[in-house]
Ligand binder design. Sequence first.
Ligand code: ATP
Length: 462
Amino acid sequence: MSAPNIETIVSLSKRRGFVYPASDIYGGLGSSWDYGPLGVELANSIKNSWWRWVVYERDDIEGLDSAIIQNRLVWKYSGHEATFSDPLVDCRDCKTRLREDKLDKNDDGKLVCSNCGSTNLTESRPFNLMFRTTVGAASSDDDESALAYLRPETAQGIFTNFVNVLNTSRRKLPFGIAQIGKAFRNEVTPGNFIFRTREFEQMEIEYFCRPEDAPAIHQEWLDGFDQWIGSLGVSASNLKHYEQTKEELAHYSERTVDILYRFFPEREDESKQWDELMGIANRTDYDLRVHSKKPEDAEGKRINSDSTEDLSYFDPQTNERFYPYIIEPSTGVNRTLLAVMMDAYEERTNDKGEVRVILKLKPELAPIKAAVLPLAKNKPEIVEMARKIKKDLQPSMRAVYDDTGGIGKLYARQDEIGTPFCVTVDHESLVDNAVTVRDRDTWNQDRVAVDALKSYLAERLG
Ligand code: ATP
């Protein structure tokens, strides 16, 4: 099973310290969320898994960390200033601001307000999603010369560094550049917990290749990401592909396939249960061309009169110079974390008839790998032994010590946050120098010698 709805994960997250509403003591801020002690661990583990798979386990990808605030010209030539907008409508009756492309139509083909059901909506107008800021000692907030943007995607910092990375790493096509970082979009209708927020984190790969190789490489990345998402414990039955139609494609894209996750299993209409977890686009040679000083339009005018660089590639084997095509797999950290938590969620009834929550996270992702629990906290020898075991485990895995409740409660707490193993120190431990190791998923218990504990856990954690 997986979580019945996002709400279940919202309350688990708040109760246990995965994700809290941001600025909560001041009434919150719409769609801002803070990652608590367990949430930051889970997010880091997801990012580490991605980075390891993409940068370390392949031979053709370099890492990068580019700036959030770039020269405004980056966003002029990328097309974001002119076109990075959503169609906005206002409901004249309830005054809600809505994204036109997300609204349902009634039987007469008229758009319906998702808040109050009215069809009395304004004409749609484009609303640019980039957050504006000013850089340096600007004379006023609307000083155009100081205007800058918070990046709405990490991708552009990769394109502008294409030649830097190519030269410094002595790469040849095909190769890719990977980056993880925050992106900002002034979304018209944020919501659904961490699914759509105005500040979020992306994991993006820009994979540069010869134009004729792009379609096959696109398919390889799709298959690769199906596998990677599966390796995080997300079941295939909750994933599917969506091929964007010609009308939906971004201006730079030749083909985009989204990987959807069943984020809304409670919705009766099956087709509405799905939404985008990530997208994989064939961006063609659009990006490297528009950021280059050389290319000209039909009238012989340079399309970029500000760039100082030509981002083309010279192939020494064929003696050709051209602009590489780019395949872009773009994944949201936050949506991945939500999918991982929803899929890991399980409820089980124990022999006392109580419902217990188990978060069946892959051990690799679990925020805490082992919890060491003393059976009697009023017995100093037991407490001391448990604390020492925790300390000994610490360098090789994230372990915690907890004596803040009865053993049943402590087990339940660790199950709920996905800790794969609980290590219990009891009276017998003082005699046989062994502990009980309880498995989160089966609730089976093994007696393990303290000397063998580290290797026992390491082997089972994989
Ligand atoms: P949507 O159609 O849901 O607005 P998008 O197609 O605009 O998303 P992309 O520009 O393809 O999104 O961004 C790549 C990935 O970044 C998305 O698949 C998603 O995981 C993540 N992402 C984009 N916007 C947000 C957001 N506002 N909040 C959280 N994650 C986001």
